[in-house]
Design a protein around this ligand. Structure first.
Ligand code: NDP
Length: 399
């Protein structure tokens, strides 16, 4: 059916590429392009021989001209950005110049400020509309499936949704004293930032990890979770009718938090460059270099993730609560695609988002967040491609 250019060859890209190869009628041809070409070649060597034709290329995705040249030579129908959030705008610029659809899993972040908001990408809306191409923003799990869950709840379960709590639980154990489950730099920037949530149309800011709750997660049990800022709050508050409050919670164990506090206290999580032996280095980037590579956690991680949304609203004039979630087992993921569940739960929706555009099931020129599309075909695909969802009409609520 079509051709996808996948940029990045890390943990998430590896899963997405495995899944494209499981869906060869849609992904007839893919090109894996990244900064380090040997990683692309290693993925190709692992997956070659199936129906999906695979090629590889070297690209610096910070350079728009290089991206344009690659797109012009491969001629994809969609570009799937699985590099880092720093590259979102350059890749969007290249898609605009070549009139090719765009998908990503994380909103743009400037390298020198840990700031998560959609304004930079939403500013491309008119230009994408005029070019007749679609940018699908945030097609991972959170953001991603959480937005699809919200659109599905709105379409099938509610007349209005007033409260959403997004709960992200990773009960996996990798056996290291401290490691992050995806890119350490991006992960630590996210969790060391101030928390925030939206109430009555306004952002309410909290200190990092200030708000803690305990939640009894289905198939996992009780876990401590903390309120974080998360990018989908911004788009869901605009796109879901009747929202009064929307919050995001993520689970962390005490050992992770103690390590993080020590690293923060000694300055290792700072993104301000410092002079070190005559060279400028960014402490957080140095920290990333000494931490375990998330891609190496797959074989050692055991346990499950449970990520989902609790909705409270009204249907036919009556109050209603509804919980949609997915439970994913780290070892099952490793057996299937050689990665742990965090990369898996992101890489599968990235493939599905690209498939929605390639098959024309989703086609809306402009720049759109995932909840703006019809959730039904995506929900079907989640069941088919390894992330089945479950629902509960009587969930425990978060205080
Ligand atoms: P990794 O660090 O494992 O992989 C990133 C890849 O991008 C690497 O192959 C890296 O190349 C490549 N890359 C980085 N910079 C450039 C560049 N300038 N040009 C070309 N390639 C580049 O990250 P993950 O796979 O863990 O994460 C990928 C994305 O997924 C991130 O944006 C992350 O925020 C997002 N994510 C989203 C989630 C969601 O649920 N929505 C959850 C988890 C992650 P090299 O090998 O040379 O370093």
């Amino acid at each position: 059916m079509g051709k996808a250019l996948i940029i990045g060859a890390g943990g998430v890209a590896s899963v997405c590429i495995h899944k494209c190869c499981q869906n060869p009628d849609v992904f007839e041809e893919i090109c894996i392009a990244s900064r380090t070409k040997s990683k692309c070649d290693a993925l190709k060597a692992k997956l070659d021989g199936g129906k999906t034709k695979i090629s590889t290329a070297q690209v610096n995705a910070d350079n728009v001209d290089e991206l344009i040249a690659l797109i012009n030579s491969f001629k994809p129908d969609v570009v799937v950005n699985l590099a880092l959030p720093y590259q979102d705008l350059t890749i969007m610029d290249a898609c605009l110049a070549t009139k090719v659809n765009y998908v990503d899993t994380a909103n743009y972040e400037p390298l020198d400020t840990a700031k998560f908001e959609y304004s930079w990408q939403w500013a491309y809306r008119e230009r994408f509309e005029k070019a007749g191409i679609t940018a699908l923003l945030g097609s991972g799990f959170d953001p991603g499936v959480t937005g699809v869950f919200s659109a599905y709840a709105m379409k099938h379960q509610f007349d209005e949704i007033n409260y959403i709590d997004i709960l992200d639980c990773n009960a996996g154990d990798h056996g290291y004293p401290f490691a992050t489950n995806f890119n350490p730099e991006i992960n630590i920037r996210e969790v060391s930032a101030k928390g925030s949530y939206i109430e009555d149309g306004k952002w309410v800011e909290t200190e990092p990890m200030e708000i803690k709750r305990v939640y009894n997660f289905p198939e996992i049990g009780p876990k401590d979770m903390y309120l974080l800022h998360h990018e989908e709050l911004e788009s869901l508050a605009l796109n879901i009718k009747g929202i009064k409050r929307i919050r995001f919670f993520m689970t962390f164990g005490q050992s992770y938090l103690t390590h993080l506090k020590c690293l923060e206290n000694v300055g290792m999580t700072s993104i301000e460059p410092i002079d070190f032996e005559g060279k400028k280095i960014v402490p957080l980037q140095f920290l990333k270099a000494v931490l375990p590579d998330p891609a190496s956690l797959g074989p050692r991680t055991v346990g499950k993730t449970n990520i989902g949304c609790i909705f409270i609203g009204k249907k036919d004039g009556k109050d209603k609560t509804y919980y949609l979630y997915n439970v994913c087992d780290h070892q099952e993921c490793y057996k299937e695609v050689g990665s742990q569940a965090i990369s898996y739960t992101t890489g599968v929706p990235a493939m599905i988002g690209a498939a929605m555009l390639l098959t024309g099931k989703w086609n809306k020129p402009g720049v759109h967040n995932i909840e703006e599309f019809d959730p039904d075909p995506f929900m079907d695909a989640l069941n088919k491609f390894g992330l089945p969802w479950k629902e509960s009409f009587d969930p425990e609520l978060v205080e």
